[in-house]
Design a binder for this molecule. Structure first.
Ligand code: PLP
Ligand code: COI
Length: 340
């Protein structure tokens, strides 16, 4: 039976749901994988993940549509990104078709936890892979675990659709030619101190500049950034050290093909930012969170929408993207995987 949570107020938190998928890698191959109720992981004190941070993860969502179907948004892109991430970390990539199949199994097994249509909550799906094999010298482990669990979540940035205030970080989340473009836990470890500092100062997030020159806009700690110029067109920062966000790539398509905006992906100088009309953070967890202001060492960059509501273009993008995700308008071919 569907769970009876206060869906409008669940926050972005972990809840132990019924089943998770687990597959182990040993002797050069992944085993068949099982669904289990056990949310605990028991590993050696010498497991590679504990010493050399051999770990990566993904994030995607399942939704209830107006008609009551349960759907998943573009799991194939997460499968592909995790495949590439694992390669960069010298971990054995999990086969992409098996990734998608396992995501479907986890959603099916936790169907009662998928929040109802219109509740503002969604089912967040978290695939994670880590080195379980023992290593003491610096080298890749030879045993790994791949696991997928799911948890119902509300908005990632408090305030939901209200614009957020963010700050320019004095720390970097990625290095030039480092791992900023993959979804490795180590990138987030890098960002935790900056994150706690920003929150303590009253900001929702950090915006990072490029680590090499600190003149270009990169992304936020947990989301990509997008801008709308004075002509109402979309400008997307391009960089080798930011995560290739599924949401951002989907927004670029939606902007071009549904809203007929011009979309430009290019390097964005931080000095250009005051000239943009609107800005937003985008990601699976963030969806599209409008930005009200960016604090640059005490100097405030504000956008025309102010702190009460999103601007017109970010609003339209948000509406169209979420209408596609929730099945209210037709999705591009292959974006929506129906479970039920
Ligand atoms: N950038 C970072 C650093 C993230 O953690 C995320 C979250 O996944 C994103 C961007 C957004 O990516 P996606 O839209 O694929 O969730
Ligand atoms: C996601 O959006 O899926 C993420 O992984 C972001 C994370 C900061 C929660």
């Amino acid at each position: 039976m569907a769970k009876d949570l206060d869906w409008g107020n669940i926050g972005f938190e972990y809840r132990k749901t019924d089943k998770r998928y687990v597959s182990n890698y040993k002797d050069g191959k992944w085993d068949d994988g099982v669904l289990t109720t056990d949310n605990k992981v028991i590993i050696s004190e010498d497991a590679g993940v504990l010493h050399y941070a051999q770990e990566c993860f993904e994030g995607l969502k399942a939704y209830t549509t107006k008609e009551g179907h349960i759907v998943i948004f573009r799991p194939d892109l997460n499968a592909e990104r995790m495949y590439n991430t694992a390669k960069r970390l010298e971990m054995p990539s999990f086969p992409k078709d098996r990734f998608v199949e396992a995501v479907k199994q986890v959603v099916e097994a936790n169907i009662d936890w998928v929040p109802p249509y219109g509740s503002g909550a969604t089912l967040y799906i978290r695939p994670v892979m880590f080195a379980t094999g023992e290593v003491i010298g610096v080298k890749p482990a030879d045993e790994y675990q791949f696991r997928i669990f799911a948890t119902p979540v509300g908005p990632y940035y408090k305030g939901g659709a209200k614009p957020i205030a963010i700050k320019i970080s004095d720390f970097d989340r990625a290095a030039p030619r480092g791992t900023g473009h993959i979804k490795a836990g180590l990138n987030y470890a890098m960002s935790l101190h900056a994150n706690v500092t920003a929150h303590a100062e009253g900001f929702a997030e950090n915006l990072y500049l490029d680590p090499a020159t600190r003149t270009k806009v990169e992304e936020a700690g947990g989301a990509n950034i997008i801008f709308v110029d004075k002509d109402g067109n979309l400008v997307i920062p391009k960089s080798d050290s930011i995560l290739p966000s599924v949401t951002r790539r989907s927004i670029a398509y939606v902007a071009q093909h549904y809203l007929h905006l011009k979309v430009t992906e290019r390097e964005v100088l931080f000095s250009e930012v005051p000239h943009f009309a609107e800005a937003g953070l985008c990601g699976t967890a963030a969806v599209i969170s409008p930005i009200g202001l960016i604090n640059d060492h005490g100097k405030e960059i504000t956008f025309s929408n102010g702190m009460e509501k999103a601007g017109p273009v970010i609003s339209k993008l948000y509406q169209t993207l979420t209408d596609i995700q929730m099945g209210n308008i037709e999705a591009p071919e292959g974006w929506i995987y129906r479970i039920k």
